[in-house]
Design a protein around this ligand. Sequence first.
Ligand code: ATP
Ligand code: MG
Length: 562
Amino acid sequence: MAKSEKAPVDFIRNIIAEDLETNKHNGRVVTRFPPEPNGYLHIGHAKSICLNFGVAGENAGGRCHLRFDDTNPSKEEVEFIESIQKDVHWLGFDWGDHRYYASDYFEQLYDYAVQLIKKGKAYVCSLSGEEIRKYRGTLQAPGKDSPYRDRNIEENLVLFTRMRAGEFADGEHVLRAKIDMASPNINMRDPVIYRILRMHHHQTGDKWCIYPMYDFTHCISDAIEGITHSLCTLEFEDHRPLYDWFLDELETRCHPQQIEFSRLSLEYTVMSKRKLTQLVEEGHVTGWDDPRMPTLVGLRKRGYTAAAIHKFCERIGISKSDSVTELYVLEDCVRQDLDVRAPRAMGVLRPLRVVIENYPAEQVEELTAKCHPNDENMGTRIIPLTQEIYIDRNDFEEVPPPKYKRLSPGKEVRLRYAYVIRCEKVIKDEKTGEIQELRCSYDSGTLGKNPEGRKVKGVIHWVSAHQSATAHVRLYDPLFTVPHPDGEKEADYRTFLNPDSLKLLTDCRVEQSLKHAEPGQHYQFEREGYFYSNPDDAHQENLVFNRVVTLRDSWTKAGGKP
Ligand code: ATP
Ligand code: MG
């Protein structure tokens, strides 16, 4: 089971440690991760996964169930079930034999509902949905009893049986718990626990035309599975009295403990599944796996590693205070991980041709460089130097600002792993004035040492013009232009979509050895960032690299502007 060397500490882990001490749940730790299969998992889910599977893994005999919370057939699809399993595995976790569906319990849930009716704790209500809302009251005003609240047990049992038998139209009746319409907690005002809905279910087919509601289903599913700690996000805090009410009334053998923690929100993205679905369906992104999405498939396709996501979840920790995590935290985690695992290479993203006039035209020097500055095991690579090379357009300024360390007319710069060159001449297109080529000279005495009497500060990357490979590079920037796209009042989050979130560069040049890049390999393109050759692109004619992250956090410094 994937986990860090040192287990993190937080208030939930403290509670669990204490419960183990006092033998509260017979010394067991059983958690569950309960996704609703109505979308792909995102980085927020990863927080919950790392917590639930994490604490289970840290405690001897602990286990974590994967439970599909599939009480809402209208929005659920098998595609989502498969992707969720794949993503949990990708994160390095395994549920073993403990994969469940809430729908596995439909029959038991029905029996529990009947039990509540028999206790006089549930009734069939025939108000319309609209009326139920009206009767519910508000935060300030108490609710009003439904006129059907006093239906007798016999009548309720008959009606509920007939609801199941399909004798009524959708919405004609519901089953409600009989709690307290005057409760200050609106969740306790006779919540609906069953509704009539004729809809095909991916697991149970057309067997059912009544479906249990989430609050009723969740606590009972937890109890059936013998969950000890039911960890959920803060919005369920007000549902906890209801969670406990159902289990107390039903006297289940096991009464799990619900504990809430704050959900992850991340800058420059949205996390609600409704919005993510909208982005996909309206074509703002290419799919759930678009590398700009906060989904795990998207992050994976972009080149994020599972280790980076673990690191991130560990770093943000678990607490009860709501906050928005800054994007640089996530980026920093992937940067740290790739720094260790990514071999170095030179890639010129915006090539500018340089002819080294005094370098012999036929000469090819095979220069050597380490693949990784700190990891000898990665070995060395050969970098051919020829008369014609490419440097990046961004490394040349015709009129340099003060203290400019890169190349400019008459000035010197070092080619990484090679010689010092000087720019002698700038060749431009006669009509457009665009710079087409630089003519340079090199100092043959400067391989690996400074020229005598001159200090050359700048070092730039380059590749041989003929002994290099062409590549396409996708540069990603955040999907939104503001840190809180869904926190801006008055404006739809879609108005903040970043039109420049994806740039495709098609004439990049990379070291020749990358022609044989294994799909799935990460590289650090020196001075540029971390890049990933996605196996999905393996069929493409060109080499394709996704930029995972830049080398430095360049845009927090730019005032948070992507
Ligand atoms: P949405 O409300 O957008 O549909 P959800 O929370 O209902 O999202 P689920 O599939 O029900 O999504 O979530 C499964 C589990 O993941 C739940 O336990 C939920 O609390 C947790 N989870 C979802 N989003 C986050 C988040 N942003 N941070 C932490 N945990 C999350
Ligand atoms: Mg949910």
